[in-house]
Design a protein around this ligand. Structure first.
Ligand SMILES: [Zn+2]
Ligand SMILES: [Zn+2]
Length: 346
């Protein structure tokens, strides 16, 4: 079983997953093979090629049979897993604890790692899905989130998506991932600190500022999508609920419809302007144990980052990013990229 280690100097954590099965060469070979649709383990009819499913939305059939619209399976190569509790890593109440070893902190590699297969079709993706298909994906995010939240040893649940090889997706078939962590990650801690340090919600402030500075791409009755003040990637966007709300998982069905609409339109613009770019997105919501009052002041959001270049030595060595596209210009270009193909060939 792996470990989650705190860097002794920097505020960052590293999961030492040490999966013997996952030899780098075998991994790359697998990558090449599955670009061939016939070998794709995520296509309908290939259910036996994944670990047994743990959740699904289906129109017919039993688990691990065709007839599904969304399918959830454990990650075949999990970064963290729920087995192998080590007594050393537990406190007297049986909860996961942080261990100090004289140099730094660590946790045992406890957690969850799930894959959400977003569609039975190999060629479908966010650039060509309709609103209803996107709504199913986000409804499954909500369902998995509510389920995993019951595990009191998970302090944070991160839902994210990699699309395209250079964005880190090992399979071309559209999918997202969910990782449940026994700690609150530094990115979220940083945001909670920013909330603590300001009188008004810094996210609500950012929305207002984007309005003043013409960085709003779109808004509907419940959501807005904007380019942030200091985006680290070209054409980076953030989706915010207009109303100040801490938890994504409390989204209702009418808001879900508005969210799916704004996601669909955003990705169609990306497609029109940047032609199916590789991208990452992640969903930031309040930690799972909203005991502290500060968690209630969180403002959930989704960050979308097209991957148009690889970050290099300067970014890694300095923590400073270079973005060649001014966010106002990015919004202007995306606004103009309006017309899109409504239908797509299967
Ligand atoms: Zn496929
Ligand atoms: Zn807010």
């Amino acid at each position: 079983m792996g470990e989650i280690r705190k860097d002794p100097i920097h505020n960052r954590w590293v999961i030492i997953a040490d999966e013997r099965k996952k030899r780098p060469h075998a991994f790359y070979r697998e990558l090449e093979e599955v670009s061939d649709k016939r070998k794709c383990p995520f296509c309908e009819g290939k259910e036996k090629k994944t670990p047994p499913e743990i959740d699904s939305f289906r129109v017919r059939g039993k688990p691990d049979e065709p007839g599904w619209r969304i399918r959830v399976v454990p990650n075949k190569y999990p970064a963290l897993n729920p087995e192998g509790f080590n007594p050393e890593g537990l406190n007297p109440k049986g909860k996961i604890r942080k261990i100090f070893d004289g140099l730094s902190y660590r946790y045992h590699g406890y957690g969850r790692h799930e894959v959400i297969i977003e569609t039975p079709h190999h060629k479908k993706n966010l650039f060509n899905m309709d609103k209803e298909e996107i709504s199913l994906i986000f409804s499954m995010y909500r369902k998995r989130y509510l389920y995993l939240k019951k595990d009191k040893n998970l302090k944070y649940i991160l839902i994210f998506k990699n699309y395209g090889n250079i964005a880190g997706a090992s399979l071309p078939h559209s999918h997202s991932q969910v990782i449940g962590l026994p700690l609150i990650p530094p990115e979220i801690e940083e945001e909670l600190m920013a909330i603590k340090d300001s009188i008004k919600c810094p996210f609500c402030n950012s929305i207002q500022r984007a309005r003043d500075e013409e960085r709003i791409l779109e808004r509907n009755k419940d959501f807005t999508v904007l380019a942030p003040y200091a985006p680290i990637a070209p054409y980076e966007l953030v989706v915010y609920p207009l109303e100040h709300k801490p938890c994504f998982e409390e989204i209702n069905d009418s808001e879900m419809d508005s969210l799916s609409e704004i996601i669909r339109d955003t990705f169609r613009r990306f497609n029109k302007l940047l032609e199916n770019p590789p991208f990452n997105y992640f969903l930031h919501t309040s930690p799972t144990t909203p005991t502290a009052k500060i968690y209630k002041n969180y403002h959930w959001h989704i960050v979308i980052m097209p991957k148009l270049g690889l970050s290099a030595g300067f970014e890694m060595g300095s923590g400073i990013y270079i973005n060649p596209v001014d966010p106002r210009k990015a919004v202007k270009e995306l606004k103009e990229a309006k017309e899109y193909k409504e239908e797509v060939d299967e």
